[in-house]
Design a protein around this ligand. Sequence first.
Ligand code: F6R
Ligand code: MG
Ligand code: MG
Length: 365
Amino acid sequence: MRVTISVIKADIGGYVGHSESHPDIISCARDYLVDAKKTKLLIDYYVTKCGDDLQLIMTHQRGEEDEKIHRLAWDTFVEGTKLAKKLKLHGAGQDLLADSFSGNIKGMGPGVAEMEFEEREAETILIFMADKTSAGSWNMPLYKMFADPFNTIGLVIAPNMHAGYSFEVHDVKEHKKILFHAPDELYDMLVFLGAPSRYVVKAIYHRETKNIGAVSSTQKLSLIAGKYVGKDDPVCIVRCQGEFPAVGEALEPFASPILVEGWMRGSHMGPLMPVSVADSTPSRFDGPPRVVALGFQLAEGRLVGPRDMFDDKAFNLARHQANEMADLMRRHGPFEPHRLPLDEMEYTTLPGVMKKLSKRFEPLE
Ligand code: F6R
Ligand code: MG
Ligand code: MG
């Protein structure tokens, strides 16, 4: 049976500040989606949050970029925004950049990751959701899952993984894409994946079966709005087991926290901390950035689960390390490499300061 899984998310209001989602907003979204399941537009849904982002996980049979599914998500966010305004949550409706829905939610503010596939005998899915960071943050974890044998031993010893995977990489500034084949083109590919503010892994395919293994959201809100409106707070869907990485191989990259862009005012580098959904409450300097992972088994599209995958003592050390890294970065205050380089801050108030002072800059002798 062919199934589509759509994860569509938006920050429609924070509680308190940008640190959390209000429980009433989550209930409101659940109440809204229940009807779509009754009328069979959706097979199933699960509503959750990561920090201040409302996450709609939906299964259906209408394929990717379906107008009805996108409209349903948009209407859910609009409904939630009404409540967010009543509660006077912070930044109510923040990610809804258009006045009305126009066929496809992409480019209208919310983040979207969708994939359609033939449901396997056992279909294991992980949904990764991050807050206070941007889409390129998945580059290194996805590289490790699908291309690094030091992370994924299956690449070496599992016959159904040994041929490798193809990575679709998007240039979010120039709106171009390219397909790299791993392992043959690893060195070429890393030239681009190592620059995650511009090049982002959009999708990954099994090289022999061509089946889709992963898909991410690549929206860059700042580029959509033309001014700073928050980080993308991306999502990513990963199929696991069999011809894809085992669940443990897909979670393993997050055991060694890395520095990603985002955090306070979307303008800093900070560690990506793996946490449970309950702990996705970025409060220290509006961070540090968080990632949560929910695991499901699909049964004819029904979402069996979730299991909260980082709610595991084995990630305690990663959390501890992330906190140590946060301390080290905070020590730099407004200095790089904590604060982002100038060209990455072009959508903040900085251009105004530069403009104001431009006449006072004199040529050097
Ligand atoms: C980062 C983020 C926060 C806000 C900060 C200022 O992604 O959401 O760090 O940028 O709290 O928020 P405003 O401008 O809404 O007062
Ligand atoms: Mg927010
Ligand atoms: Mg957010």
